[in-house]
Design a protein around this ligand. Structure first.
Ligand code: PMP
Length: 346
């Protein structure tokens, strides 16, 4: 379908693309590119899911303000959905996330309240709760909201089933932020493709899944303490400083077959290689997920087929280490090219 009633109908149905040069020989590595969503990330799905579920349940009234704590992509997706549907939006966000994210949300009409980096993901969540309680706003609770994984089960999971119908799919590879992608898609895969192994990538310096242990929670399921294995990492959108309730489902139901630890440096390196050698322009967490897929592909026999989730566009990272070394002025080689012909020199 190419004609839509509104921008919201253009969410999802993202393409699965076969990777060429970067795949180990004789392994079929596919990527599902969530950058094709209207606002460039997988979180457009969650944004639509939580707003429509709240409209249906009556938790969200016409014109009521929506609030959420987000490292960016959720806020950007929510800003689109709220703009289209006419809800004011307030986002709380740690000051450590990239500035283009704040500007994008403000451009879409949202208000962005920054919280101190030292208070981590938990700090921005606590601020959103404070503001919601004081003002009677609707808090979307992306880390606990059932609509998150439900929507991935209905959309992302189904899309994968349809795209690999009648074909091999040995491994499905993802990271987790809220765990919506992981828990939702893994429901469908376990039910309909039980032979597909589920691989989860996490930052090497914040190996919450590898370390395990019980995540302390409040009665509403939200995390009440940082996980002891967490340290700051550069892979925005991955692994907050706690295990979200939404992700806990996949852990408790034993849907994770293997956890792969990935460094920030490797995530960045693979994101750059995807851009330069495949023309696939995606963010840091996408590079990290792809790194895990390559690692698993290398250890698997020829003929193995893998699918890696690429959560967002690289355009969201202009001010981050992903773009280190990418200048805006001409470098020596470009200057030499400029001077190699007589006209139009700077
Ligand atoms: N990567 C990026 C860049 C993200 O914004 C997110 C969402 N927080 C994820 C990965 C993880 O997705 P999910 O919340 O569905 O686990």
């Amino acid at each position: 379908m190419t004609k839509f009633a509104s921008i919201l109908d253009a969410i999802g149905k993202t393409p699965v693309v076969k990777v060429g040069k970067l795949a180990p020989p004789d392994r079929n590595v596919y990527v599902k590119i969530e950058a094709f969503n209207p606002l460039g990330s997988v979180k457009d799905r969650l944004a639509l899911a939580v707003i429509e579920a709240a409209e249906k349940s009556g938790q969200l009234r016409p014109g009521q303000t929506v609030i959420e704590a987000t490292s960016g992509n959720t806020g950007i997706g929510l800003a689109m959905v709220c703009a289209q549907k006419g809800y004011p939006l307030v986002v709380t966000m740690a000051e450590s996330f990239s500035v283009e994210r704040r500007k994008l949300m403000r451009f879409l009409g949202a208000r962005v309240v920054l919280t101190p980096a030292k208070d981590r993901g938990s700090g921005m969540v606590a601020k959103a709760v404070e503001l919601a309680e004081k003002n009677g706003w609707f808090l979307t609770r992306q880390f606990e909201n059932e609509a998150n994984a439900d929507y991935h089960e209905k959309t992302t999971g189904r899309e994968i089933i349809n795209d690999f119908a009648g074909e091999r799919l040995d491994f499905w590879v993802t990271g987790y932020g809220t765990g919506g992608t992981l828990s939702g898609v893994s429901r469908v895969l376990r039910r309909e493709r039980p032979h597909t192994k589920i691989i989860v990538a996490e930052p090497d310096v914040a190996p919450l899944l590898t370390e395990g242990g019980v995540q302390p929670r409040r009665p509403d399921g939200s995390a009440s303490e940082s996980h002891r294995a967490w340290k700051p990492h550069p892979i925005q959108g991955w692994t907050p400083d706690f295990i979200p309730l939404v992700a806990q489902e996949a852990i408790d139901r034993e849907r994770i077959d293997r956890v792969v630890k990935i460094s920030g440096a490797d995530s960045i390196a693979w994101s750059r290689r995807l851009a330069r050698e495949e023309g696939i322009f995606v963010g840091i967490s996408a590079g990290g997920t792809f790194a895990a897929a390559v690692e698993v592909a290398r250890e698997s026999p020829p003929g193995t087929t893998l699918l890696a989730m690429l959560p967002d566009t690289g355009e969201r990272y202009l001010s981050t280490p992903l773009f280190d070394g990418i200048g805006s002025d001409m470098n020596e080689e470009e200057k030499a090219l400029s001077e190699s012909t007589p006209g139009y020199r700077l």
